[in-house]
Ligand binder design. Structure first.
Ligand code: COA
Length: 217
């Protein structure tokens, strides 16, 4: 089971989420990056919905992969967060390591970027279908890179990882469950979750973050 939230920044909803959910430690960790602060507020609301607890501490390993612990240092659910030009997404699961990536489409030399970072079948898909294929594959690669914790080196390693994915829906590939989605016009989102042998596709709940009740209220 995965809980997933997507929120657009610069809105009244986003401001209310930051005012209501972000803690001083989130303000420090976001280092004056508004999207990063919003992502931390969204993650806290999502964790409250998912685990019934608000007081998790967000940490990251030496490669930057985030994880949460309670006051006693006990590990919480697996988490991932992403922000792209005012669009924020967070995902939470107990099932296993997961990664989420959101990208707002913008003009890019997609053929050149694909040639630099993608595998041969992915490059062919971008040549055939253009920017929509590029952002779908890019977000899938980033989601896998976050779930594995490898980050950028994996995302640009030139191996096919996200070709043949549907416009929206699940693909099982190389030990991962991969989800592609278009949550807003011009925005691609992907989730990668470890796939256990024989397990069926994970259930996914899109959470309306603005409606998560704060424990103080
Ligand atoms: C860091 C990386 C994992 C993702 O970066 P990104 O797509 O630019 O940024 P996102 O907003 O989606 O994700 C950033 C979050 O990933 C998380 N993250 C960072 N390193 C991570 C790692 N090794 N594993 C898992 N998660 C990681 C952090 O929580 C970070 O948020 P924070 O800085 O607010 O704490 C890495 O793959 C990267 O730098 N990619 C380059 C991005 C790029 O060139 N994009 C072009 C798109 S066309």
């Amino acid at each position: 089971m995965i809980n997933l939230g997507v929120v657009a920044g610069g809105t009244h909803e986003a401001k209310a989420l930051i005012d209501g959910w972000a803690l001083p430690e989130d303000v420090a960790a976001a280092r004056a990056r508004p999207d990063s602060l919003l992502a931390r507020a969204v993650l806290r609301a999502l964790l409250q919905h998912f685990s019934g607890c608000h007081g998790w501490h967000l940490r990251s390993n030496p490669r930057g992969k985030p994880f949460v612990v309670d006051d006693n240092g006990k590990a919480g659910p697996f988490v991932s967060l992403s922000h792209s030009r005012g669009m924020v997404s967070c995902a939470v699961s107990w099932t296993g390591p997961l990664g989420v990536d959101v990208e707002r489409h913008r003009p890019r030399d997609v053929a050149a970027l694909a040639a630099y970072a993608f595998g041969p079948r992915e490059i062919a898909e971008v040549a055939r279908d253009g920017a929509s294929a590029f952002f779908r594959i890019w977000t899938l690669r980033e989601a896998i890179a976050k779930a594995s914790g490898d980050g950028l080196p994996l995302a640009i390693d030139g191996q096919d990882r996200g070709d043949g994915a549907p416009l929206q829906g699940w693909l099982r590939r190389d030990g991962w469950w991969l989800l592609t989605a278009l949550p807003h016009p011009g925005t691609s989102l992907a989730v990668a979750l470890t796939a256990e042998p024989g397990a069926s596709a994970p259930s996914l709940d899109w959470i309306n973050i603005a409606r998560v009740r704060h424990p103080r209220l």
